[in-house]
Design a protein around this ligand. Structure first.
Ligand SMILES: C[S@@+](CC[C@H](N)C(=O)[O-])C[C@H]1O[C@@H](n2cnc3c(N)ncnc32)[C@H](O)[C@@H]1O
Length: 385
């Protein structure tokens, strides 16, 4: 790596030691200067998902911690949404650039115009404040000026948030900045959130056995991505899936679906990683995602009567007030078992794949204590993604 990459956080977090400069031996320049943490490594093509953007050359392994201020879109404030759309378009082209028209001069005026124009249009978004997703993409952070030209993709693997950096850029800079400025009265979670959403504190790691910081760092994630090599009947041999690394009880919150938020009009109909969110919004993890994008559909993996063992569930994070798309265990999952959901019949129909049997509803098992695989209800509910 011979480029100067600066990684910084506007709000440094105490969760990891200083950056490890993996190519520190390079005499050219420090690879990373930052107040956060992380280390750079070359992309392992065997690990990355199919369709991962070709420009991605390196990963920044960045410890994920719920308190890291991660950029979160505020859909109520339409301006950010528009920035997001632009950023998203650029990102899919392989580069994330300063949105046009938002250079220093006239920026304020343009922001005002966008806000006026978009607030009306998206006023009825029921999600209230925020959208699930951690994106270390500074253009979403509300300070686009500080992002000269960076291409970033992200996924959190195990307990890490990985940011992939396009080093084709002459001076890439990644800022893990706070998501949004302080919410205004009209867009604060408390004033706008859907009260019907359950409240939950995000937990993806096993909290039960350890207490010290050192031990906490050694906690195992509840799941891992595996290349699927069998059984021979598995429908996605040679592709990836998500597998339990320990027994998982019904009701366990596994992860949040991390992705870009894509309005219908910009949605890629061919994307294999889109979850329907709400209204005209979709969560597309093709370019930016985490473990959630590796959850396969249960068909061909479990029987129709067994159904999916996890389901997707919007919830509001009790700590941050953010609305997130969570993945919850529906049925007991044994260590080593594949974690599968239902994509819904519509998903397969749109791909010309005939689907038999009833539609599955994402209902939880009722008794998390006994660890038995109690079948959830089946009905005709269309739970398409
Ligand atoms: C969200 S991705 C799942 C992760 C994917 N296996 C990977 O390695 O990137 C969705 C795609 O995986 C494949 N897939 C997932 N579940 C499947 C199933 N039960 N049968 C056939 N293909 C499946 C399909 O190509 C689908 O469009």
């Amino acid at each position: 790596m011979d480029k100067d990459v600066r990684l910084h956080q506007d709000n440094p977090q105490p969760t990891r030691a200083q950056v490890q400069e993996t190519a520190a031996s390079s005499s050219q320049s420090p690879l990373l200067t930052q107040r956060g943490g992380g280390h750079v490594s070359e992309v392992d093509p065997g690990l990355l998902p199919i369709n991962w953007p070709k420009h991605v050359k390196y990963l920044i392994d960045y410890e994920y911690h719920p308190s890291i201020p991660t950029p979160v879109l505020d859909l109520v404030q339409g301006r950010r949404r528009k920035l997001f759309e632009r950023a998203n378009n650029h990102a899919t082209e392989g580069r994330l650039k300063l949105p046009e028209g938002l250079d220093d001069e006239g920026e304020e005026q343009e922001e005002e115009e966008e806000r006026d124009e978009l607030e009306v249009e998206y006023d009825d978004i029921p999600l209230g404040h925020a959208i699930p997703g951690y994106l270390p993409s500074v253009s979403l952070s509300g300070r686009p000026r500080t992002v000269p030209s960076v291409s970033v993709s992200a996924m959190d693997l195990s307990s890490s948030l990985l940011a992939a950096v396009n080093l084709a850029d002459p001076q890439p800079t990644i800022a893990f900045s706070p998501a949004v400025s302080a919410p205004t009265a009209s867009s604060s979670p408390s004033s706008n959130h859907d009260p019907s959403l359950p409240s939950l504190t995000t937990t993806t790691l096993d909290q039960s056995t350890t207490t010290t910081p050192q031990q906490q760092q050694q906690r195992l994630p509840l799941y891992e991505i595996r290349l699927i090599t069998g059984p021979p009947t598995h429908p996605v041999l040679g592709s990836y899936g998500l597998f339990a690394t320990k027994n998982l009880r019904p009701g366990t919150h596994l992860l949040d679906y991390i992705s870009l938020v894509v309005p219908d009009e910009h949605a890629d109909p061919d994307s294999d990683h889109t979850l329907y969110l709400s209204n005209d919004l979709n969560l597309d993890a093709s370019a930016h995602g985490n473990h959630g994008r590796f959850v396969n559909d249960f068909r061909g993996i479990r029987t129709q009567s067994q159904g999916p063992n996890v389901g997707w569930d919007l919830y509001r994070d009790a700590g941050t007030g953010q609305v997130r798309m969570g993945c919850k265990v529906l049925k007991f999952i044994g260590k080593g078992e594949e974690i599968v959901c239902t994509y819904g019949k519509a998903y397969w129909k749109s791909r010309g794949v005939p689907v038999q049997g009833e539609e599955w509803e994402d209902g939880w098992d009722t008794d998390p204590e006994d660890g038995k695989d109690v079948p959830s209800e089946i009905d005709d509910h269309d739970d398409e993604q």
